[in-house]
Design a protein around this ligand. Sequence first.
Ligand SMILES: [Zn+2]
Ligand SMILES: [Zn+2]
Length: 283
Amino acid sequence: MLNPVMMKAYLRRIYKIFLDAVFPSRCMICRVFFHHDRFVDSAGIEQTEPATLSFDNVMGRFLCRSCLLDFSEVGSPKCSVCGFMFKSRAGEDHVCGKCIGNPGRFRKARAYGLYDRSLRESIHRFKYHGKTYLADPLGFLLFSTFIRDWDPDDIDIIIPIPLHQGRLRRRGFNQTYQLIRKWPEWWENKKADPFPALIDQGMLFRKKNTGAQVGLGRKERIANIKGVFEVKNHSKIKGKNILLIDDVLTTGATANECVKVLLKNGAETVDVLTLAHTERHIL
Ligand SMILES: [Zn+2]
Ligand SMILES: [Zn+2]
């Protein structure tokens, strides 16, 4: 005999199978209808070890099979500092020539996947087309990368790259904060101890609006973003290890400017984590 909780879960599952059969899902990208059989729903996502979740599991209820396959995770060998993949698929992670010759201001940067095809389309829908229901699945992919690539005890403060107030008002939300706001909850679902880092979305702010960086070259981006960010409370970041979060890393101009400001204000180290980075294979 099933207890009432199990009975409820069982009935919910049957109901979902019924709904899926009668109302197939429609792929968010290519618009074909499909039946999903492999995805983990949001409750399931929260119960599963982040490291075992794949793009398929997390995005499987929004994308058809062929769009799910149209995705590239950032793999090894990659640069152990900037996180970009090497062209050669053999060998271990090591520091790339660019990071040796011109040490970045961040300690390390990592991205979940390449900014192309299905991941790019999903990020666009989330950012520009109001698909806020993508915050949790995309946020979970980011969270799984954090758990995989960092010792969470090593990070004191997590800061999303801020939007300017004007844009924040127009858009209604800072999409980067939406990606991380549930991390403590997800962590505490699995672990007995509280999430070790503090998420602080007000620590860094934009003192002026810059317009979008899209369409600008590398040098123009650097000039456009210079002097834009300010730290609200220096004493809180003094000696701290900070993790900066953004959705996409392209030239790195915005992230580098934030890193510079945080270090100037006394942060001990700054790392960068993004959902995607542009494809920039290095030799
Ligand atoms: Zn599709
Ligand atoms: Zn590098």
